[in-house]
Design a protein around this ligand. Sequence first.
Ligand code: ASP
Length: 422
Amino acid sequence: MQVFKFGGASVKDAQSIQKVAEIIKSHQNEKTLVVVSAMGKTTDLLVSIVKNFYNGKGDPLNELSSIKQGFEEVLSSLFPAGHAIFDDVFNSFIEAEWILEDPLADSYDYLYDQIVCIGELISSRILAAYLNLNGIKAQWIDARDFIITDDTHREANVDWEATEQRIKEQIPSLVEQYTLVTQGFIASTTENHTTTLGRDGSDYSAAIFAACQDAAQVTIWKDVPGVLNADPKWFNDTELIEELSYRDAIELTYYGANVIHPKTIKPLQNKQIPLYVKSFLEPQEKGTVIRATKLKLPVPSFIFKVNQILLHIQPKDFSFILEDNLSHIFRLCYEHRTKINMMHNTAINFAISLDDTGENVCNLIETLEKRYCIHTVSDLELITIRYYNQETIDRVLVDKEIIKELKDSYTCQMLVQKKREL
Ligand code: ASP
């Protein structure tokens, strides 16, 4: 059995859904479980509704109904009038509408999960219904019945034992009879509260389903030809990497290559399941395979992370940055859900670079200031080159100056800012 994952771009409109159905049709004799993300930018729109509702701004119910209208158009071009999917999709909005009609009673993170999940619930319903309409025996299943997590809303941790037990118990017999269609990104606590696995977490869902039933392979279908050595947004002469080791893949995603969600690789590596990354626009092309191989990356790879903030953290009493201070700082970063992308310490200064994600970073700084002097530098870019050489470093440094640099034998990380005009 195999797992396919289609991201938001591959189901962004009626035409794309037809394309996805063609791909699935060409594999209909293989046992396949399909994991699908929310269509296009649906998750962003839902997140903005949750934010507005939480902050008492805008008109969240009205914003939700514009999303609904968008789906109506997609449905009308894929299904005949009166098809049951129209009701199924509209019913998926009901619980979110109830939440938005009531006074605010829950934490932001909890609300987020209960509302944002409808993006995946809807896209998976549409895809399953469209496959059936086109003669592919598909069965919609609710990922929340299978992937069990703790209650860390918005970034839940998987309970592997419970998840594996549920998947092993039910999926093998279902997949014998149907192409299964389920949601990425969403999961559930044992108390049946919806949780989510972190933004872009659908890749991770595919890996969870695959690992728990020892799938033969996973394919992530994307709008790029496979894993490239840089994001085409930055370079126009990117190269396709045909084969990649789990080790290189995990390092690249850790440093921010957004082609695959960073948590995806571990469960697959642990079970030695190969991961294919292929283009849904050119499904016949080979793409990239990530598997156990001793091959090193054939070309240097570049990862750019913009919108970084550098925090210089210094104890107020001039004491050393030692284990007690470090563990305190790490704890606060963890509690404020800030991700450290680079760090460096000297006797009395600890410097960390974080994604400048707004409110949580401000709150972190406020808390740190109780015990440390904080100096910040924002608007920075973090450039990581795996398998670097001087030529690749020179290439990315045009018009930029280095604020901080870390190198080991394989990887060079540079925190840079635009050169100021004199
Ligand atoms: N829809 C979710 C997001 O946009 C999960 C995913 O696409 O993987 O983050």
